[in-house]
Design a protein around this ligand. Structure first.
Ligand code: KG4
Ligand code: ZN
Length: 347
């Protein structure tokens, strides 16, 4: 692929959790290369991400992944205009690997360094291809570590409207999959099991946290599934081993529908609150088909109807395209970081 003189090529780096990713994106939307080295296999036997293992795997993969995207994009160091890295939020021991690599390249290649918020980047993956975005928009970001609603009026300054006060939606999927002895990561395996289940079998709680709240709480539903499987107060024996495939499917479907009910209701509230014209959906849980379909239905039946923009499935889970794409807007605004940039767990 040839690089035109006017392209602004940004190398994006992402290591906030368990994916080592890099990408080269031109002008915020032309994806020249993207590589994601997933660590799922390393963490699956623990049923969740082990920070120390994640950190070591990032150290191993970061150099090969960056070399690969530079090669695939057919660019040289001289064609890269800036180095962008997700520096928050995430696991500090994981973020630090990407941040250190980005700082090193910025220093060696004498390119500006751009710090990116990982959640704002997830949001960017929903608007990658959008030419005429009608604002304001409400953005729902649902991932393994976060569940957040934003008032989105510009890529550089999304305003947080609400967030989870305990577990993230993806985390609830992962923990419930663990209870049901389904494979890790839990989201895709619950979704698959739920296909054959009846979502009306069990009425799991839908925590709304008061009439006006835009915050989320998913720890109660996880406990409800646990009690359903092990008896109240965990006094009974674990029934999962003796459950039929159909019973597991019914629990998975009932759980998934309860989570989606809450996500839809809160998004609807946020839409009404800010008078949104568009809804954006991103993050790993945005790959879920029930969530995508029902959010689409909510947007269509709203008065007036809203436009729904969903991240393409390959950019729902962690990737560096979203980092490099968002960095373009920071590049244009000359919002650069310096070599004192640090990883931050929150943000
Ligand atoms: O955005 P992501 O890759 O990582 C974080 O930033 O956390 O999200 C990973 C999360 C995991 O909890 C995974 O179970 C969930 O996204 N996930 C899904 C689906 N695919 C991934 N949840 C529900 N349905 C899916 N199809
Ligand atoms: Zn993420």
């Amino acid at each position: 692929m040839r690089t035109k003189d006017k392209d602004v090529n940004i190398l994006g780096i992402e290591t906030s959790c368990d994916e080592t990713a890099a990408a080269v994106v031109a002008d915020g939307k032309i994806i020249k290369s993207s590589v994601v080295a997933s660590q799922t296999r390393l963490h699956e036997k623990y049923g969740g991400v082990v920070p120390e293992i994640a950190s070591r795997a990032h150290i191993e993969k970061i150099y090969p992944v960056i070399s690969e995207v530079i090669q695939q994009a057919e660019v040289s160091e001289g064609d890269i205009n800036a180095i962008a890295v997700a520096n928050q939020p995430g696991l500090t021991v994981a973020l630090v690997i990407g941040v250190t690599a980005a700082k090193t390249l910025s220093l060696m290649w004498e390119k500006p360094l751009i710090a990116i918020n990982h959640l704002h980047a997830h949001l960017q993956s929903a608007v990658l291809d959008e030419e005429d975005l009608e604002l304001p928009a409400v953005a729902l970001i649902v991932s393994g570590g976060h569940t957040s609603l934003y008032d989105y009026r510009s890529p550089l300054d999304p305003k947080l409207l609400g967030a989870t006060i305990d577990d993230a939606a993806g985390e609830a999927f992962d923990k419930v999959a663990n209870i049901l002895r389904l494979s890790y990561p839990g989201g895709p395996s619950i979704e698959k099991a739920a296909e054959k289940g009846n979502p009306k079998t069990i009425q799991f709680p839908r925590s709304m946290l008061g009439r006006d709240s835009l915050d989320f709480s998913f720890s109660g539903i996880k406990t409800a599934v646990l009690y359903h499987c092990r008896g109240q107060d965990m006094k009974g024996e674990d029934k999962v081993g003796s459950m039929s495939e159909q019973e597991i499917a019914d629990i998975a479907a009932s759980f998934q529908t309860a989570i989606v009910d809450v996500l839809i209701k809160k998004t609807e509230r946020a839409v009404e609150r800010i008078g949104a014209k568009t809804v954006l959906l991103g993050g790993g849980v945005a790959a879920n088909n029930e969530l995508r379909t029902r959010l689409q239905a909510m947007c269509e039946t709203a008065v007036p109807a809203k436009k729904l923009l969903v991240a393409p499935k390959q950019y729902c889970t962690d990737n560096a395209v979203m980092v490099a794409s968002l960095a373009y807007y920071k590049y244009k605004a000359r919002l650069f970081a310096d070599l004192s940039l640090e990883p931050k767990a929150t943000g």
